[in-house]
Ligand binder design. Structure first.
Ligand code: DC
Length: 238
C-alpha cells in the first residue's frame, strides 16, 4: 500500500469524487483538479484494469471469479502507484475484460477497502509535499466508496461524442479501429457498467452532473473549480 502523507488520516471533508462514463473526460478533469488543489489523485479504473490484466496474462477466462478475487486480494496487499503507469492496462482488450471482472462482488470488496484507505491516507504529492485531500475517479465512488464526500461530480457526454473522442485517441496512437466498432463497444460497456447489480454506475443523489458533450477541457475544469469554491471550504486555506 502507498505510504500515508501524514500520521493523521484525512476526514471525508477533504475528498472529491468524480464518477462517470468511459471517455467522458472524467480522468482528465480529476487529474487537473488534483493538480490545482494540491490533492492526491487515484484512478480507480486502473485498479480494476490491473486485476483484468493478470486474468489475461495468466490465461483465466472472465468467468473465473475465484481467480479474479485472488488477484484483487494480491493487489490490495501490494499496490504501488507505479503499477498504475503500466501501459498494458490501457488496451481495449483489458478494458473489455475489466468491465466483466469488475462485476464480481468479491473483486469489488477487496478494491473498495484499498480505495477507502487511499482516500483517508493519501500518499505525498510528486513534489514531496503532503496531499491536502484526495480525488478519486471511477463509477461508484460517490455512491459506495466515499458517500460522505462534500463534492461529488458525475461526468458524462453523448455516446457518439465519447466514441468519437476514443476513436481519435486510438488513431493518434496508431491503433487500428473503426468508429462503428468503438461506438458498439462503448454502448456494450456502458450497459454492463450501469446494469450490474453490485455498485452500478450512477450519479449519487447529491452529485452534480457535468455533460461535457459541448465543452472543452478548460471549460469543464473551470466549472468544476467554481463548484469546489461554492460547495467546499477547500480553497479557503489554499
Ligand atoms: O474508467 P475506466 O475505463 O478505466 O474503467 C474500466 C472499467 O472498470 C469500467 O468498465 C468499469 C470498471 N470500473 C468500476 O467498475 N468501478 C470503478 N470505480 C472504476 C472502474
Amino acid at each position: 500500500m502507498t505510504k500515508p502523507s501524514s500520521a493523521s488520516a484525512l476526514s471525508a471533508s477533504q475528498i472529491i469524487t468524480v464518477d462517470g462514463t468511459a471517455a467522458s473526460g472524467k480522468g482528465t478533469l480529476a487529474r487537473r483538479l488534483a493538480q490545482e488543489l494540491g490533492f492526491a489523485y487515484l484512478d480507480t479504473g486502473a485498479l480494476y484494469r490491473l486485476v483484468a490484466l493478470r486474468m489475461i496474462q495468466e490465461n483465466h477466462p472472465a468467468s473465473d471469479e475465484q481467480a479474479a478475487a485472488g488477484f484483487a486480494r494480491d493487489l490490495a496487499r501490494s499496490f504501488t502507484l507505479e503499477d498504475m503507469e503500466n501501459p498494458a492496462i490501457r488496451t481495449d482488450e483489458v478494458g473489455q475484460m475489466t468491465s466483466k471482472t469488475s462485476l464480481y462482488p468479491s473483486v469489488r470488496s477487496e478494491i473498495i477497502d484499498l480505495q477507502r484507505n487511499y482516500a483517508k491516507n493519501p500518499p505525498p504529492l510528486p513534489t514531496g509535499a503532503p496531499a491536502r485531500g484526495a480525488i478519486l475517479d471511477g463509477r461508484d465512488i460517490g455512491t459506495v466508496v466515499c458517500p460522505g464526500a462534500p463534492l461529488k461530480l458525475f461526468v458524462t457526454a453523448k455516446t457518439e461524442i465519447r466514441a468519437e473522442r476514443r476513436h481519435k485517441e486510438l488513431q493518434s496512437k496508431g491503433i487500428p479501429a473503426t468508429y462503428e466498432a468503438v461506438l458498439a463497444e462503448m454502448r456494450e460497456r456502458d450497459a454492463r457498467d450501469a446494469g450490474r447489480e453490485t455498485s452500478p454506475m450512477k450519479p449519487a443523489a447529491d452529485a452534480v452532473i457535468l455533460d461535457t458533450s459541448q465543452m472543452t477541457i478548460q471549460q469543464v475544469l473551470e466549472t468544476a473549480m467554481a463548484l469546489v469554491k461554492s460547495r467546499t471550504g477547500f480553497l479557503a486555506t489554499h
